[in-house]
Design a protein around this ligand. Structure first.
Ligand code: SAH
Ligand code: SF4
Ligand code: F3S
Length: 482
């Protein structure tokens, strides 16, 4: 790759992330590409020559924030020659050049599969004022961590697959991220080994549906119907069979990949997300229960507790299947930490459907719940459904749901009182002077008083209280081994 020219050496880039863990991982990747190319990173927008937003399209609110930030930057851009503004991430693939129309002072729009070009695109924009839109998908490209430039020294996200073929009717991801592609296992294991040698102790394997990692493809042609975000490059697809090229060979079933990652020397904790309930196999449950390095925590989005609504969401399972999977998990792991995502106010959701969601919460008693009001996404089938739930009904349902979920989360914290948690230290606690924080094996935040701890230290903490979803306690033992 070309090194930076004298005009641009030392340009400072402010990179702000709005999206999910995949976006956060990719921001780290972009940051390390920029540093390698002689850019530096600015901690605040005010100090920057280049402002990049790594964006999310999942809900309207996420996009509104970015449009408003872009609007505020028109004067900033005019104030000094050579300044550059860029949009990365999912809004780049969902809007492409339409973004330039909405924000004419924007210089670059770069989608998630084109990040290797970011340094060069910035240089060109800064030198010539030329704007560029690069939003094609590339099934071969996967972002990898640079072990020398990790944002945290002790843990890392690893992308094992990308895209999504599930096409839930409310969701924009299949359009912003393209067809599902699994990364070859060898490449995943190489990255994990490299990171472990650099001192990483915990890895989170990431994908929209990790449970379908390496599974055979299914036909995708019927979805290629010109909806929003249809890739401008051809969808990776086998021309003869019409099958999406989910796996380019060299993959394993997900439980086996998990087992292999869990055996990499030096890796003491393995996590994964997101699990789709449809593909959650008994083998996965066995690996979670058996492998001491695989953390016994699972994010298992249910979205709704009504079969009628689940069907219209296109989730491809019913409540009985979901509860069956939860029972299987719980019977294999006594101490399982289980979290979910829920959407309230999906079009046509009646009070009795919502009651089904409350009943499901009562049955599962999640350790944590992430709840969202339905947000219509342009180009998705649900956005065209007519029977929208009024805003105030959505608000009331969200409040009722959150109250119940909150009580369960609080009970789940109380159940930890008096127990000893193994905590991997992240650093000093921002809000509690003289204290540090880290994560338990279940991924709960644990805060404890102390001095001199470093990120990556492992300590045992006796839990004495909890506030919101955080546990508080005192250290019983330091310098533990994973
Ligand atoms: N692949 C994951 C979810 C990724 S998106 C899965 O299938 O579970 C994260 C969450 O955002 C979803 O679980 C869903 O709860 C929420 N979400 C997605 N689209 C949404 C929309 N249009 N409106 C509201 N919430 C949405
Ligand atoms: Fe979206 Fe459904 Fe795919 Fe999850 S499984 S990313 S909700 S389409
Ligand atoms: Fe993630 Fe948002 Fe894209 S959730 S995949 S950044 S739409």
């Amino acid at each position: 790759m070309e090194t930076s020219s004298p005009q641009t050496t030392g340009q400072k880039v402010f990179l702000e992330t709005f999206g999910c863990q995949s976006n956060a991982l990719e921001s780290g990747h972009v940051a390390s590409l920029l540093l390698k190319d002689h850019f530096s990173l600015a901690p605040r927008a005010e100090e920057a020559d280049v402002i990049l937003f790594n964006t999310c399209s999942i809900r309207q609110h996420a996009e509104d924030k970015v449009f408003s930030r872009l609007g505020q930057l028109a004067d900033w851009k005019r104030d000094k020659e050579g300044r550059v503004i860029g949009v990365l991430g999912c809004m780049a693939t969902s809007y492409k050049d339409q973004l330039m129309e909405r924000a004419p002072h924007l210089d670059m729009v770069v989608g998630p599969d084109q990040y290797l070009k970011v340094p060069e695109v910035i240089r060109q924009a800064s030198r010539t004022g030329q704007s560029q839109v690069l939003a094609d998908f590339d099934p071969v490209y996967f972002p990898e961590n640079d072990p020398n430039r990790l944002s945290q020294p002790h843990k890392a996200f690893i992308e094992i697959m990308k895209g999504c073929d599930k096409f839930c009717t409310f969701c924009v991801v299949p359009f912003t991220r393209g067809r599902e592609v699994s990364r070859p296992a060898e490449s995943v294991l190489e990255e994990v080994n490299r990171l472990a040698q650099a001192g990483v102790k915990e890895v989170m394997l990431l994908g929209q549906n990790v449970n379908s990692y390496g599974l055979p493809s299914f036909p995708v042609r019927k979805f290629n119907n010109g909806q929003l975000g249809e890739p401008s490059s051809p969808i990776p697809m086998d021309k003869e069979t019409g099958l999406g090229l989910k796996s380019r060979g060299g993959t394993l079933p997900f439980p086996q990949l998990l087992r292999e990652v869990g055996q990499v020397p030096g890796i003491g904790r393995v996590r994964f997300m997101t699990s789709h309930p449809l593909d959650l196999s008994d083998e996965l449950v066995e690996v979670m229960a058996e492998m001491p390095t695989v953390c016994q925590s699972i994010h298992l989005p249910v979205q709704c507790g009504s079969d009628r609504v689940l069907k219209r969401m296109g989730r491809k399972y019913d409540v009985a299947h979901y509860l069956g999977r939860v029972r299987k998990l719980r019977s294999a792991m006594r101490d399982l930490f289980i979290t979910t995502d829920l959407i309230v106010g999906f079009p046509g959701e009646a009070e009795e459907d919502f009651q089904g969601t409350l009943d499901l919460l009562e049955e599962v008693r999640y350790d944590a719940v992430y709840s969202f009001k339905f947000s219509p996404r342009l180009g998705t089938p649900a956005a065209r459904m007519l029977n929208r739930v009024p805003e105030e009904v959505q608000d009331q349902r969200l409040a009722r749901l959150n109250e119940k979920a909150w009580n369960h989360a609080s009970e789940s914290c109380q159940a930890r009182l008096g127990l000893v948690e193994e905590v991997l230290v992240d650093g000093p606690a921002d809000k509690t002077p003289g204290a540090f924080y880290g994560k338990s094996r279940q991924n709960r935040t644990v805060v404890f008083p102390g001095t001199g701890y470093r990120a990556g230290d492992l300590v045992k903490v006796k839990v004495e209280s909890h506030k919101v979803a955080n546990l508080y306690g005192t250290v019983l033992k330091t310098n533990c081994e994973l």
